[in-house]
Design a protein around this ligand. Structure first.
Ligand code: HEM
Length: 439
């Protein structure tokens, strides 16, 4: 284990892949405390996430680091606190609320298309990763507080990203000073968190003073509303949810789309089919949610990118009671490390698991792998991603909207990106691709 530390720090994803290949689907790491297991066995993972979910909580290093930014929000809370939050937050993800995502994507695409008109006829190199990070931030921002005109939304997103930087940097070193010691990183974190708190307080105060119905509803309005029993989230809880949505709903979608663009840039048949479908369905109209059911191939490309590069590459839990996973006894208090990356590439469940083949998601009978067990990019069970429909709608429309306008190709001689696992799996060098207009 000591010998492996360098490797774990350098490339944790490949470390997991090698450990799984060498020691099998259930591995106990030889560290004294807590007992720690890597579980790549799909049935055992399902037990943890779905059938015995109540025997596991999220009291792990991964989630406690994240909560330095998100506080006790939906992603990091447990038990009764989580159950109440999920009930109060759910309306913000209901059908009508998700429907608005189409309009936000359409506006983002419109601006993008404007910039593509400047592309020279032979195309230009564009960092798609950077571009997609900006677009997905814009979409989640306008969905949350589309009608905020105070500038607080902008300050809030900037502060969230700055706080997240510190958390990522902390995760990369084995020992970090406690957060109360005023190191430069801790000071940066504290300033960012203070800005976050002030921005949300300001925004909530403005909303509470406003007349209801004076403008279109956004997700923040839905978070502020009480439920049928009059229970409602406090301002502090709203702050935690808002920050959670920015953290959980921006880089994840960008990561999935970046890898989708990388994969199609290496497969012109897939890319042409995607462009043709987009052209047939969308023509030159603005995208809308009504287009979604008619874009099955765009959705399949996204599904396949999420299989090969699941943005949430690591999902952790703590066991609350003694349990048995894949025939191994696992004591209470263990750290359980699950990785959809490993499960999605399991050769016993998927045919040619390393091959990019979106059509496996068009015809369930040829896909191999039982979706509920062998495919869970959004997690599974009670803690299933609340933003799944949001992300799938946004991702499918963005993919189709981009593919109908431009062709992307790899720049010859430039090596492909490595998958770097941070909060999500990101391309190591950004994603510079040659982008050419399809006229
Ligand atoms: C491709 C995009 C996305 C992926 C791959 C993804 C993945 C996941 C996964 C794997 C989990 C479960 C974590 C666990 O069980 O420990 C999760 C939970 C969550 N996600 Fe997503 N997510 C995506 C997009 C979004 C979006 C767009 C939002 C919000 C706008 C969001 C908000 C959340 C929240 C709040 C939770 C916690 C839910 C709960 O525990 O009740 N996610 N996500």
């Amino acid at each position: 284990m000591l010998r492996s530390f360098g490797q774990i720090r350098k490339d944790p994803l490949q470390y997991l892949v090698r450990t799984n290949a060498e020691f099998g689907p259930i591995v106990q790491f030889p560290i004294p405390r807590p007992p720690s297991y890597l579980i790549a066995d799909a049935a055992a993972a399902r037990r943890v996430l779905v059938t015995h979910a109540r025997a596991y909580d999220k009291h792990t290093l991964q989630y406690s680091s994240l909560s330095l930014v998100t506080g006790e929000g939906l992603l990091t809370s447990d038990g009764d606190v989580w159950r109440r939050q999920r009930r109060l937050v759910q309306p913000a993800f209901h059908h009508e609320a998700i429907h608005a995502v189409g309009g936000h994507v359409a506006r983002a695409l419109q601006r993008l298309e404007g910039s593509w008109r400047q592309l020279p006829p032979r195309g230009a190199i564009v960092d798609l990763d950077d571009l997609l990070m900006r677009i997905t931030l814009e979409v989640v921002g306008s969905s949350l507080f589309g009608t905020d005109l105070s500038g607080a939304a902008h300050r809030l997103t900037e502060a969230t990203l700055s706080a997240l930087d510190v958390v990522i940097a902390r995760a990369r070193v084995p020992v970090t000073p406690p957060s109360w010691i005023p190191t430069p990183a801790n000071r940066k974190l504290r300033t960012a968190v203070r800005t976050l708190d002030e921005a949300v307080d300001g925004m909530v105060a403005v909303r509470q003073a406003e007349a209801i119905g004076s403008r279109p509803t956004d997700m923040l309005d839905l978070l502020l509303a009480p439920d049928a029993d009059g229970d409602r989230l406090s301002t502090a809880e709203i702050r935690n949810q808002v920050v959670t949505f920015i953290v959980a709903g921006h880089e994840t979608v960008a990561s999935a789309l970046s890898w989708a663009m990388w994969l199609i840039s290496g497969d012109d048949d897939v890319q042409d089919r995607l462009a043709l479908e987009a052209h047939d369905v969308l023509g030159s109209n603005a995208v809308s949610m009504d287009d979604l059911p008619r874009l099955p191939f765009a959705r399949a490309v996204l599904d396949e990118a999420l299989r090969l590069y699941p943005p949430a590459w690591l999902v952790t839990r703590r066991s609350l009671v003694d349990d048995e996973l894949g025939g191994r006894e696992v004591p209470a208090g263990s750290l359980i490390i699950l990785s959809p990356y490993l499960v999605h590439r399991d050769g016993s469940a998927w045919s040619e698991p390393g091959r990019f083949d979106p059509s496996r998601f068009l015809d369930v009978s040829t896909r191999g792998g039982d979706a509920a067990v062998h495919y869970w990019p959004f997690g599974a069970g009670p803690r299933l991603c609340i933003g799944r429909e949001f992300a799938l709608a946004e991702g499918t429309l963005l993919l189709a909207g981009i593919a109908r306008r431009v062709h992307v190709a790899r720049d010859r001689g430039v090596p492909g990106p490595r998958a770097v696992p941070l909060v999500t799996i990101r391309p190591s060098t950004g994603l510079p691709l040659v982008v050419t207009r399809r006229d």
